[in-house]
Design a protein around this ligand. Structure first.
Ligand code: SF4
Length: 214
């Protein structure tokens, strides 16, 4: 069913895996990891939904958990530092194009940094709801779905939280990629579009045939 998409991902040196459901996705994750691996992640809803956090907390791994209850600013900084040399980094993607491109937008930019460079392997957990036709649709997906729902989840009062879409879409159907609010709390700051990768199979993308995250 995803033959063309998988071919496009392989052509971009991204290794695709198919999982019909969350349980199968977790099985694939277990097979990719090894004991004592240094592991971090970007705090993704999709990753949480398939049960990776529980697996990492209870398994024999060196897991640096940035969402640990009561984590201090110093500890969080250590997580970000550990990420550069980690064996595995878990995240999702804001959008996946039919052409095998990954579109990600960040406020802090620690996630897009890790996707682009650092951890030996990136494991992406991606629900079928993240698939879009092309980069333009991916950018719109961020403005209409990912950013408003992430603001809601994080309790950040940016305009998109109330409007249900980016303020750049008010009176403009075709805003530029970086158009948006002027808030200090803006979560759309740096934009990463990942095409053909230098390190073959560094990014492993598990496509789950269910809706996950946003
Ligand atoms: S630029 Fe601002 S209003 Fe637009 S989606 Fe991002 S956080 Fe929301």
């Amino acid at each position: 069913m995803y033959k063309n998409l998988f071919r496009a991902l392989e052509n971009n040196n991204i290794k695709p895996y198919y999982a019909e459901n969350k349980a199968k996705a977790l099985e694939i994750v277990k097979e990719l990891l090894f004991e004592n691996a240094v592991i971090t992640g970007g705090g993704s809803v999709s990753v949480n939904q398939i049960g990776v956090n529980d697996l990492l907390k209870n398994g024999n791994y060196n897991y640096f958990d940035r969402n640990k209850k009561g984590i201090s600013a110093d500890e969080q900084l250590n997580v970000f530092k550990a990420t550069v040399g980690a064996d595995f980094y878990f995240c999702s993607t804001n959008a996946l194009t039919e052409n095998g491109e990954l579109i990600n937008v960040d406020g802090n930019s620690n996630r897009i940094s890790a996707i682009a460079f650092g951890p030996k392997k990136v494991i992406m957990i991606v629900g079928k709801n993240k698939i879009v036709k092309n980069v333009e649709e991916g950018i719109l997906r961020v403005k209409k779905t990912a950013a408003p729902l992430n603001c809601e989840r994080l309790g950040i009062d940016n305009p998109c939280r109330k409007l249900g879409h980016c303020i750049s879409l008010e009176n403009n159907d075709n805003p530029s990629m970086t158009d948006g609010c002027n808030c200090l709390t803006r979560i759309c700051r740096n934009y990463l579009i990942s095409g053909k990768q230098k390190d073959k199979d560094r990014i492993n993308l598990i496509l789950v045939d269910e809706d996950l995250g946003y």
